[in-house]
Design a protein around this ligand. Structure first.
Ligand SMILES: [Zn+2]
Ligand SMILES: [Zn+2]
Length: 297
């Protein structure tokens, strides 16, 4: 097992956020669009699977899911190009009929390559009719937090590429001040990303659904808003240089951060999944993740 070190958020030599006192305007930075992004994720997952024996199985499955999602993304690209977001926002603009057409392919991938529990669930979902599936996806989308029940994996894997596509084409909703929910789709953050800025790094949160990023203060809990450095420990592990646990001792929530100033080749959403030992450690020490990732960690 990995050895864990504790530090507090201000002691890592990175710049203290200049908006710390008055809050921060929403500066969302949509991920760069297109096939390249998916290929980069797939390549990174394959590379990390090679390097990390403990993550090999989960990453091999993640590669299959990413390949599926890349196909869905490409298929929806032309169809969603001209869409303007309606009053229902990003979630309400997702084309469920379009998504349902890809559902049999997702079930086939999971039954072939997924862990046994998910494969069983895939076999059960095989018998759903079109209208039942439509209702299931609509109910899942209507929940403000992404639920972690049995069907959640399927809804999330299926709808995520369209959500990402919509976020890239339509932009965030209105002029929002900073929040702990995604300005594009109002989902929880999956993780934090530290991106280089000047001599240090700035923190962004990455959405657990549409994969957009938005700036967020360095010393601030994304779950409860705690601002005291002493209550916001960061835990890092020997051998995992760029990924840390960012915890809060007030609300006992955590998320992981991927530091691109340490590893510029990291692909945050993949590196986050590849570092499950940090999640196991955090849970054993009484912390609860703000949002489990697609693979259930
Ligand atoms: Zn989002
Ligand atoms: Zn907190």
């Amino acid at each position: 097992m990995v050895e864990i070190r504790r530090s507090n958020s201000g002691s890592d030599g990175l710049i203290y956020d200049r908006w710390a006192a008055e809050g921060l305007p929403c500066v969302p930075t949509s991920p760069s669009p297109g096939r390249k992004v998916w290929t980069k994720r797939i390549d990174r997952a394959a590379e990390l699977a090679e390097r990390n024996p403990w993550a090999r199985e989960v990453l091999a499955f993640h590669v299959r899911i990413l390949e599926f999602q890349r196909n869905v993304f490409e298929a929806s690209q032309s169809k969603l190009g001209a869409t303007t977001r309606d009053q229902a926002g990003l979630r309400g603009s997702i084309n469920l009929d379009e998504a349902i057409r890809s559902f049999p392919e997702l079930l086939a991938v999971v039954r072939k390559s997924g862990p046994s529990k998910l494969a069983e669930e895939a076999s059960r979902l095989l018998h759903l009719s079109g209208p039942q599936l439509h209702d299931m996806l609509a109910a899942w989308l209507a929940k403000s937090d992404l639920p972690d029940d049995g069907t959640s994996f399927f809804a999330r894997a299926l709808l995520q590429p369209q959500a990402e596509q919509l976020a890239q084409t339509a932009g965030p909703r209105g002029q929002q001040v900073v929040g702990n929910k995604c300005p594009y789709c109002q989902s929880n953050p999956q993780l934090a990303v530290i991106r280089p800025e000047g001599d240090g790094g700035k923190r962004l949160l990455l959405c657990s659904f549409c994969q957009s990023e938005w700036e967020f203060r360095r010393i601030l809990c994304p779950s409860c808003g705690e601002e005291h450095n002493d209550n916001l420990p960061r835990y890092s592990a020997e051998g995992i240089a760029a990924v840390r646990v960012e915890a809060c001792d007030v609300c006992k929530h955590y998320l992981k951060s991927v530091d691109m100033t340490v590893d510029g080749l990291a692909v945050p959403v993949v590196d986050e999944i590849a570092t499950a030992p940090l999640d196991l450690w955090a849970v054993e020490h009484g912390y609860r993740k703000i949002q489990l990732n697609l693979m259930g960690f």
